[in-house]
Structure formats: C-alpha cells, structure tokens
Write a protein that binds this ligand. Sequence first.
Ligand code: ADP
Ligand code: MG
Length: 272
Amino acid sequence: MLRTLKRNQKQAPTEVSKEPLLKLRDIHKTYIMGDQEVRALDGLDLDVYPGEFVAIMGPSGSGKSTLMHIIGCLDVPTEGSYYLDGVEVAEMDDYELARIRNQKIGFIFQGFNLLARTTALENVELPLLYGKKKDRTDRAIDALERVGLGDRLDHRPNELSGGQQQRVAIARAIASDPALLLADEPTGNLASQQSEEIMQIFQELNDEGRTVVMVTHEPDIGQHCKRIVHIRDGRVVDDEQVQERLIASEVLAQLKAEREQQQASRSPVPVS
Ligand code: ADP
Ligand code: MG
C-alpha cells in the first residue's frame, strides 16, 4: 500500500513537470487612443499545460479578446514574453508566425466569421493551405462530419442555424488538426440547447488530447471546462480547478428525457 502510494507520488510530478504549451509572463498590451493609454493587458501571467481545458472569464473590457489574440499569434504584446510550445513568439518573423498559426492553432472567433456566399465545405477547405486539393477536400469533409454536419456540406451560412454556423467554424478550426483550440465566446449567440451541443464537441476534442482555451462570460459554460482563469483589468485575479464539472452529453441526455416526459404528459391517454 505504502509502496504504491510512494510510486504514485513519484509519478505525479512527472505529470505536472511537462513543459507548458503556453507560457505568458508579465504580458502588457497598451493601446494609444489619442492622448489616452488603454492598458488592455497589464502584467498578465499564465501557464497552460497540454491537455488542459481552460475557461477565461472576466467582465466586458477586462482584456479577454486581447489575450486570445496574443495567444493565437494574431497580435503581439507591447511588453512581456510569450512562449508557445517552448518557442518565444516575439522572436518569430511573420513567416514563422503564419506557419505556427497554421500548424498548431485553431481559432474560433466571436460571431463565426464565415464567408457569406460560400458553402460550408469551402469555408472549411479554404484556409487549408497545404497539401493536394483532393486531400484538402477530404480533410474538410472529415472535419464537417466530425461536428455532425456531413449532410450540410453545400449549405451556405444563411441556410444554416446559428449553432450549425458555429459548428462550421469549429470544423474550420480543427481541419488542420491543431494541438491548441482557441475560442472567443463560442456560445455567446446561441440558445442553451445549441450551446450544450457546442460544449459537447469541445469536450470530445479535449478528451482526444487537444488543449482548449475558451472565453466565456457564462458561469455554466465555464463549469464545462476543467479550469477557470478569472481576469480583471488585464490581469489574472483568480485561477481555480473546476469542481463538479458539467458533462455536456449528460446534460443533453437529461434535456432529452425531460422533453420526452413533457410530450408524454401532453399526449392523450390511449383508450383501450
Ligand atoms: P474583453 O474581450 O474582455 O471584453 P478586450 O480585450 O476586447 O476586452 O478589450 C480590453 C480593453 O482594450 C477595452 O477597454 C477595449 O476598449 C480596449 N481595446 C481592445 N482593442 C482595442 C483596439 N484595437 N484599440 C484600442 N483599444 C482597444
Ligand atoms: Mg471580447
């Protein structure tokens, strides 16, 4: 008994001593607006390890989107250092940054960002820069099937529901098989059933080993993640592991059972 305990104790540190996938130190992002300085990020530190599922929460204007843009290499900090998979992002040139974005990061933007007059398949296929056309198409189809849209390949965004559009955006982000998924308020514009379906996809992607960082202002969405990082005024003010995590597939099963029960109680009693 003692021996197993000891061995377990020895194993635990190897688990946590993995290198962080994201390591941000004293990150500042300052915008100059006329003669005013806006400190969107103001000395932010954050480590995220491979396989984590992190919710970033905080009031509007606290710097969440700015942080996501920096993590996603869409923007650079004014000051501070950011190591992505052990490499200092500030030292990369534009070519390297674009390459790393393509290989390692899938970004799901607030409000989907889909091309309007373009089919679901093309929306997912277009950003795939490398490989033969047929391989890219196959990948895009796989990704759309993965999010349950195998039967909507030729639909344009206005022919899809909000939840389906968000799933196209997720398919686009996962088609290149990135290790890191970033999502800025992915359930922000969706009804609760659709939000739950989106969270189910993220939980599955995380279970498969992808690291997920998502911004949300909804506490029950945060409760689906494994860790919640609270930010305020451009800094981390609290960092907690989620207790009693919500599992989307269970919540959905429960919603379905409740619906069926309601239907059963509404339908007339059969006359024998
Ligand atoms: P959140 O996503 O938490 O609502 P943001 O990161 O979008 O917050 O913004 C943080 C602060 O930085 C806000 O005060 C916002 O007005 C400001 N800000 C964000 N982007 C810009 C920009 N491009 N130029 C000037 N100010 C900006
Ligand atoms: Mg935002």
